[in-house]
Design a binder for this molecule. Sequence first.
Ligand code: ZN
Length: 304
Amino acid sequence: MSLLVLSHNDCLGHRPPDGHPERPARLEAVLRGLDQLHDLQVEDARPVTRSELDRAHGPNYLDKIESLDSAGQLIALDADTHFGPGSLRAARLAAGAACEGVDRVLSGEAKRVFAAVRPPGHHAESARAMGFCIYSSVAVAALHATAAHGLERVAVVDFDVHHGNGSEAILAGNPHSLFLSSHQSPLYPGTGQPDAPHADNVRNAVLPPASGSNEFRDLWLEHLLPEIDRYRPQLLLVSAGFDAHWRDPLAQLQLKDDDYYWIGERLVELAKRHADGRLVASLEGGYDLKALEASTLAFGEALN
Ligand SMILES: [Zn+2]
């Protein structure tokens, strides 16, 4: 069964200021990459519902974001997270695509889904936007899988070069999820140190700047993949960020295109072993357009 891609043209309508790395052209590059796969199905994502968001975000924060939509102008939610006329629609579609992906794999209509959407989500916390992120899409989807579908074990896997602080904070202590992240350290946002206090359902592993393919693969083989195997997840959700690539301007890791095929293949193996093959990935970071196109193609090949 081929990969299902959920995306939407309106995800291009979120427009941070000129020169911002999280720009609409990123999504076009991702779709160019995925378009090179055979037998690809691409469908429109649906917007997230308020009740789906309510599981992850506080009501005051959600009300504030919705009220900003009517302002009709570009404003800064934090130093690098911007919100303009198309942002609410894009953020709703980004979170909705991840939830729809969960619905599709649990109904058996698809085995694997890639949500080709923006803005990204894994830095957004319960009550604040952060690091280009407005809604914590993958955490929203994890809670959708546990609360609406009754899953007891959902693995949330984050290989973006940055720590998924928002996903971790929202899922910390949740009895039905395990959060696992590899990330460069030191690097924004500075959280996710393995020896820092954390909830029992959190696994963080770090790589120093200049680490490459071998270090990345060893870290996953030794520390994170065995944890997923022991957990026996019924569903894998993946925060798929491609900013650990050597070309990426926001970090200093040295991954190559092929490393994204490798991690995708390992995660699909685990999904097949424990979760009847069910895996839903959602786009997080990745800021070099050439690397993003090639990396998503490589990752998509592993999922297809
Ligand atoms: Zn990132």
